[in-house]
Design a protein around this ligand. Structure first.
Ligand code: ATP
Length: 445
C-alpha cells in the first residue's frame, strides 16, 4: 500500500466502504442494529467465501496429510466439561463504579477507557460460552452450549477419522465453521464479535516431534498471509511467555497484523500437547491412543499424540485483508480508491462492461458474460460512463474489467483492463478465457 493519501482514519474508511459497497452491514439495522452482530452483504459474502477457500486450498486441498470434517455446533455438554471450557473458558470482568460500563480487565489496565475513572470493582471470572436449552424442557438437564471453538470437533472425532481414513501420523483434521463467544467487549468492527467464523486445523504428531512441527506450522501460516498479499512489514510472530500460555499449551505464537490500532492477533499457533485427547479419554472412557505396529527391530508402541493447532478467524482475516488492500492513488489526474486485493480474494474476478447501452453491445456483452461465468465470479454493469464503472470496480478490488466496444462488433476482440496498473490490452474473443485464466494464475471458481 502506498502511504500517500492513506491516513490515520484507515479504519473508518474501510468500515464506510464496507457499508457503502455491500461488504458488511450492521445486523438488524432496520431495528437499530444489534451490538457486535454483522451481516455479510453481496460483496462481503463472496469475499468471505474466498478467504475460506484460500485457507481450504492451502490447508486441505494442496496436501495429502490433512482431511476435513464439519462437526455439529451444538453437541454433548460433556465435551466442554472434559475440555476444561466449562470451568475455565472465561475472561476477567470488571465494572466501572462511575459509569457502569463493563470491561475485560486484561485489556484495559487500571482505569475505565470510557470515563477515565479508576474506581473499578475487583475482577471476577466470566464464562464466555453461550448456553441454551435443547428440546422443549428448560431445566438443568437440557443445558447445551454453542461451541466456542471448532477444535473440540476434531478431538472427539479423532478415533472416527483414524478408523475411516487409515491416516498415519503426522496428519491433520481441518474444519471451518461458526464459533460463539459471549465477549465482554466486542469491538473494532468485525475484529471481535460474539458470532464469528474460525478456520482451524489440528495436526496430530508423535510427542517427540511436536517442537519441530510447531515451528513448521508457524512458518507455513505466516507464508499463507504473505502469499495472499499482506506485506511482511505488517505481520509479526509473537511468542507467548510462560505466564500468557493457556492451560493446555506448551508453546503458543500469535500471528499478528498491524491493524490501525497497532499489532493484534490474527491467528494463534499452539502446541496443545496431548491435553485434549487425554482429557476426552479420561472423561469418555474411550481409548484415543495411536498404535504403531512393530517394525524392523522396533517394538509396537501406543501413545497419545501431541497436537499442533493453527487457529485463525475467517472474519478477522477478511478484515485484515481489506485493511491491507485499501489504497488511494491518482489515475489520469483523478483520485481513486483501489482495493489491491489478491485475485483469489476479490469478490469478483472479472467485470463485463459494454461501452454503452447499445442493443448490439449489450447482446455481445451478455454472450461474453455467459462464457466467463462458469469459470469466474463475474459482475455485469452497463450503467454510467465507462470511467466511473472502472472506478467502481477498482474500489471493490475487481482485478479485471472486460470492455466490449463498437469495434468488438466488427473484429470480435475485447479490451482487458487491469486494476492495479490500469493498463489495457486488446484480445480476441476466442482467446479471452485462456488469457484471463493465465492472468489469474489458474484459479477457478
Ligand atoms: P482473544 O485473546 O483475542 O480473545 P483468543 O486468543 O482466545 O482471542 P483463539 O481462541 O486463539 O483466540 O481463537 C483463534 C482465532 O479465532 C483468533 O486468532 C481470532 O482470529 C479468532 N477469534 C477468536 N475470538 C474471536 C472473536 N470474538 N471475533 C472474531 N474472531 C475471533
Amino acid at each position: 500500500m502506498s502511504d500517500k493519501g492513506v491516513s490515520d482514519d484507515l479504519l473508518e474508511k474501510v468500515v464506510n466502504l464496507c457499508k457503502r459497497r455491500g461488504f458488511i452491514f450492521p445486523s438488524a439495522e432496520i431495528y437499530g442494529g444489534f451490538r457486535s452482530a454483522y451481516d455479510y452483504g453481496p460483496l462481503g459474502s463472496l469475499m468471505l467465501r474466498n478467504v475460506k477457500d484460500a485457507w481450504w486450498y492451502f490447508m486441505v486441498q494442496a496436501r495429502d496429510d490433512v482431511v476435513a470434517i464439519d462437526a455439529a455446533i451444538l453437541s454433548n455438554p460433556a465435551v466442554w466439561k472434559a475440555s476444561g471450557h466449562l470451568e475455565s473458558f472465561s475472561d476477567p470482568l470488571v465494572d466501572c463504579k462511575n459509569c457502569h460500563e463493563r470491561w475485560r480487565q486484561d485489556k484495559i489496565g487500571d482505569s475505565c477507557p470510557s470515563c477515565g475513572s479508576s474506581d473499578l470493582t475487583g475482577s471476577r471470572e466470566f464464562n464466555l460460552m453461550f448456553a441454551t436449552h435443547v428440546g422443549p424442557l428448560v431445566d438443568e438437564s437440557t443445558v447445551a452450549y454453542l461451541r466456542p471453538e471448532t477444535a473440540q470437533g476434531m478431538f472427539i472425532n479423532f478415533a472416527n477419522v483414524l478408523a475411516t481414513t487409515r491416516k498415519k501420523l503426522p496428519f491433520g483434521i481441518a474444519q471451518i465453521g461458526k464459533s460463539f463467544r459471549n465477549e465482554i467487549t466486542p469491538q473494532n468492527f468485525v475484529f471481535r464479535t460474539r458470532e464469528f467464523e474460525q478456520m482451524e486445523m489440528e495436526y496430530f504428531v508423535a510427542p517427540d516431534e511436536a517442537d519441530q512441527w510447531f515451528e513448521y506450522w508457524c512458518e507455513q501460516r505466516m507464508s499463507w498471509y504473505t502469499g495472499l498479499g499482506i506485506s511482511e512489514s505488517k505481520l509479526r510472530l509473537r511468542h507467548h511467555d510462560a505466564e500468557e500460555l493457556s492451560h493446555y499449551s506448551a508453546a503458543t505464537a500469535d500471528i499478528e497484523f498491524l491493524f490501525p490500532w497497532g499489532f493484534d492477533e490474527l491467528e494463534g499457533v499452539a502446541n496443545r500437547t496431548d491435553y485434549d485427547l487425554k482429557a476426552h479419554m479420561k472423561a469418555s472412557g474411550v481409548n484415543l491412543e495411536y498404535f504403531v505396529p512393530p517394525g524392523n527391530e522396533a517394538e509396537a508402541r501406543r501413545f497419545v499424540p501431541y497436537v499442533i493447532e493453527p487457529a485463525a478467524g475467517a472474519t478477522r482475516c477478511m478484515m485484515a485483508f481489506l485493511i491491507s488492500a485499501y489504497d488511494e492513488d491518482v489515475v489520469s489526474g483523478e483520485k481513486r480508491v483501489v482495493m489491491r486485493l489478491d485475485k483469489r480474494l476479490a469478490p469478483y474476478a472479472v467485470a463485463v462492461l459494454p461501452l454503452s447501452k447499445n442493443e448490439e453491445l449489450m447482446k455481445l456483452s451478455r454472450k461474453v458474460l455467459h462464457m466467463l461465468q462458469p469459470h469466474f465470479m463475474c459482475d455485469y454493469d452497463e450503467t454510467q460512463s465507462i470511467g466511473k464503472r472502472y472506478r467502481r470496480q477498482d474500489e471493490i478490488g475487481t482485478p479485471f474489467c472486460v470492455t466490449i466496444d463498437f469495434d468488438s462488433l466488427q473484429d470480435n476482440a475485447v479490451t482487458i483492463r487491469e486494476r492495479d496498473t490500469t493498463k489495457q490490452k486488446r484480445v480476441d474473443l476466442a482467446s479471452l478465457l485462456a488469457e484471463l485464466k493465465t492472468e489469474t494464475d489458474g484459479f477457478t471458481v
